[in-house]
Design a protein around this ligand. Sequence first.
Ligand SMILES: NC(=O)c1ccc[n+]([C@@H]2O[C@H](COP(=O)([O-])OP(=O)(O)OC[C@H]3O[C@@H](n4cnc5c(N)ncnc54)[C@H](OP(=O)(O)O)[C@@H]3O)[C@@H](O)[C@H]2O)c1
Length: 264
Amino acid sequence: MKQRIAFIGAGKMAAALISCIYNKKLAKSIIASDKSNENLNRIKKYLKIVTTTDNREAIKNSDIVFVCVKPQDMDNVLNEIRNAAGDYLVVSIAAGIKLKHLESKLKNKRIIRVMPNINCLAGEMAAGFSANRRATKQDIKNVSELLNSAGIAFLVKENLLDAVTAISGSGPAFFAYFIGAFAEAGIKNGLPKDIAFKLACQTALGTGKLLMEKNLIPEEMIGMVASKKGTTIAGLRILKKHKVKDILIKTIDAAVKRSEELGK
Ligand SMILES: NC(=O)c1ccc[n+]([C@@H]2O[C@H](COP(=O)([O-])OP(=O)(O)OC[C@H]3O[C@@H](n4cnc5c(N)ncnc54)[C@H](OP(=O)(O)O)[C@@H]3O)[C@@H](O)[C@H]2O)c1
């Protein structure tokens, strides 16, 4: 059954989620609330949804309430909605705010915590989410369907959200770094800037797509590209010589560690 969905905080992430859910007609109704009308009017230009600047008004008659404000604004919103009547599921997308904290503010509520990523803005989100003990199987199914409309999302134990944060939360920045380096090398070797950039982006996009669509492991894909004494082998030799794999694993480990520290 389609749900009535409210969004509190109508910034970048909320707008992207709303647009995916709206375009795939997954909600019975959508209402968005924000402190100011600026973001709300921007969303209303493209999508026919109801908006308000009153968070409690948004919650009233909603089945699922997505809280999409910055972590530092979370407590204000939680304090505001904690006594709002209604049997709604709360979904927080705020980075680093644990279920335990959400539960301490929202007594007896069904809660789901999501770690989304910025690629949500392109409808290609990679996310992880965890549910508290009160959340039902149906809640998990409903939220999973909504999140999957904006990309892919996996239910994981909450302690694994630090690894999710490192791989898919910070990951877009790491991949952007590689794309930047590929593009720079292309320019150095004579390609015009926009062509080098687009070739690098499209290659990253296509590689991920092919791996997923054909269910390949990375080694199989490498084998499909590299031929004896060819160009790929020449490049791979440099990656191996400089132990780039070890560096990348250390990169993710550092991000996991930082996420754990921030969550304390
Ligand atoms: N962006 C990312 O890459 C990313 C990745 C993973 C997770 N997240 C999480 O997603 C959440 C939203 O991020 P975002 O980038 O979409 O932020 P954003 O663009 O700043 O949007 C947040 C919106 O919430 C509004 N707001 C603040 N306090 C409010 C209140 N009390 N009631 C109603 N609205 C309120 C803000 O208004 P003002 O601007 O006027 O304060 C702003 O319009 C964050 O918690 C973040 O940790 C973001």
